[in-house]
Design a protein. Sequence first.
Lengths: 458, 405
Amino acid sequence: MTYEFLLLTIFGLATYSFFLSRKKAMALNVMDPLAVHSQPHYHGLYSAMLTITPAIILLLIWSWFENSIFKDNLEKYFSDVTDPYQLEFYVSGVKSFVAGASNTIMDHSNFSAAAEYYETSTKMSLVLKSIVAVILTLIALRHSLKLVSAKFKARDLVEDIVVKTMRYASIFAIFITLGIVLSLLFETLRFFESVAVTEFLFGTHWSPQMSIREDQVGSSGSFGAVPVFTGTLLISVIAMLVAGPIGLFSAIYLSQYASSKVRSIAKPIIEVLAGIPTVVYGFFAVITVGPFFRELGIFFEIDGFSSESALIAGSVLGIMIIPFVASLTDDSLSAVPRSLKEGSLAMGATLSETTTRVIIPASFHGIVGSFLLAFSRAIGETMIVVMAAGFAANLTANPFNAVTTVTVQIVGLLTGDQEFDSPKTLSAFALAFVLFFLTLILNIISLSIVKKFREQYE
Amino acid sequence: MNNILKRNKREKRFQFYGLFAVGLAIFLLLILLFKIFSTGFSAFNQTYLGVKIQIEKNVNLSELDARSVLRENIRNMFPEVVSRSDKKNLYSLFSPGAYIEFEEMLNSNNEETIDGYYYFLASDDLDMYFKGTVARQGNSAGKIKPNQMKFVDDFERMNLIKLQYNKYLLGSADSRNPEMAGILGAIYGSLFAILIAFATSFPLGILTAIYLEKLAKRNAFSDLIETNINNLAAVPSIVFGLLGLAIFLNFFELPRSASLVGGLTLGLMTLPTIVIASRSAIKSVPPSIEEASIGLGSSKIQTIFNFTLPLAMPGILTGTIIGIARAIGETAPLLMIGMVAFIVDIPQGPLDASTALPVQIFLWQDSPERAFVERTSAAIIVLLIFLFLLNITAVYLRKKLEKKW
């Protein structure tokens, strides 16, 4: 008897109750179709839902209690261990040993006793809960069969459940946002217990690496995030300098000049750029763009040209966001009423004059909105900068120097060995919090600008 | 008159700028693809060295130590090799995988006499030299030293170096030896993650979309959900990674590095995309059809499930495929939940530790061995082909199933 088998049994019983109830309802239908409120399959569906619910609820509650009870009892075996992390290590070691995920017998006198306890008690628990769950399911099945009658409004009940499920599903999206905000907020607040907010926001020295001995001077690392923010800004601005003109002029050409045939070919090709995974751009930056710029740097004899320079990461990031700028700007340009364009052309203006003096001013809000969206995309982009930009935080505006970004720091701080609760790891959450709010604000602003712009011409 | 000429010239220049921008964007795309494909193409073949193997009939092959027998046979080809360092130089032209291949060959042999030339996997350094990626400089090439180069020259003279299909690349998991490293483990990891992402985000996305589009009353709360979803779509992917780290790993204590966690995280990330696409697909179903259904006595829910949803399905599927395609290429959130370890086993289920294809690309590009560069590109080629097929499916679905009302 395994857990999977138990679940299968319950599902099987639910399916069985569906067919039984449907059959019963069909018999009712044969007798007097007009007196029956709901169609047979609604009776079946309601019956199946009713059958499955008690067992599922039971299993959820059971596993909740089970986990905490087993954990407490297991910890008793290792009561001589004081360090909570070590304790957790032993407990999870026992669990994975019993589950067969690992073969390591850990170096503790009670390990095998704990493993034996865990194995027998999980088995017992499984048998017990299987019996209770199956009995509950059978009771529910019997009850649901009794419910089937001509007057029973199975359809209303099923539809009610469906609507409620949909409502909860849509509320789930709010929980995602809440989850993001809360998980970032908690860790950030813990971070600010050890580092002052002002130091984080206005300090100009960022080196989160802790020294090895705790009594050393400056052992807490330094967490002035200004160089990280300026690095992000520098790279994103470079990206916008690449993507802005290319995207804008592509959009102008495609929406105003190109024949519909050229447009139908060129637009999807440009949008392919948006579909390429960012890790591929990162690799492209490392093997092609980086060496190319280095050659240029040597040719023009630029001092201090770093192989991780902001210019390399920024320009590749720029290539990536070209399609965002292009397609969003294209939408804005196309949203300008034809009458404005035709009026200008009729007055004798050339198409370029019409574009620069009528269409662009008329769609200015939309264009700004799309640039802001692309900018927020650039700020949040991770892989390109992780692969092409550096980890050292330099406070500089020189595009030839290496700078770091918020996302690079988050990846650097949270991959590899991590100890929770150290300011080093927690600082990643603080950075992520800043990143989340920055992109959120940019996004809200740009969405409202675009919305206003749309309403203007409706 | 002069003025008009000037204006026309400006017009031409302006048009040229636009054309130039479009051309530049396409040119950059082509460069990128060309670079990846030209670098990665060679990784689908691999260098093999021929060894003359002689084993008498009636020898119980399973009792032989494959390693020493192969070394003996290699040595027999070069009678002049006696010193320890020379032997070592000779053996190191072969990959550790050569011994495994030889063992497999012995195991599949039914005590027949083995006599002839058989080909075995060469080391990555030799692979790089033979493919011409690492140029020869006098008597050395990359990591191949002069004392090894003489053996390489001998093999070449005897015509015993050849390129064969690289069965490791698509048939095995990661390895420290580039010549034996493959992406199958990563492909499995990606597959599990994507299936889980789809299983969570697709039903949730559709239900949310139906509710917001058809059932919710327009009030502050439904507005809140709507803005919330629009904003979630623009949250950087790495933030979803942190969410996965905090919720799935730290709170629910799911196993680190498992594709289950990766899938759930990617699912949360894809959800807004699916909701937005599904909503616009549902919106495009003409009200007349729904009204006809209501008019014939269907309930609202019956109308939605019998008419609206089937008619909106092509659009919903297209949006879902595009969202899933983006999730497949996503790397940053997977780094956050620890799917970034060096894993040599092919994962058997979504609870096993695994990497994903883009993460494998990230790991390989960071490796110092030269041979990993072309393998990284090859992995990218596989990823891009997969994404291309998905997008083609999306376009096909849209063309095939979309109705113009």
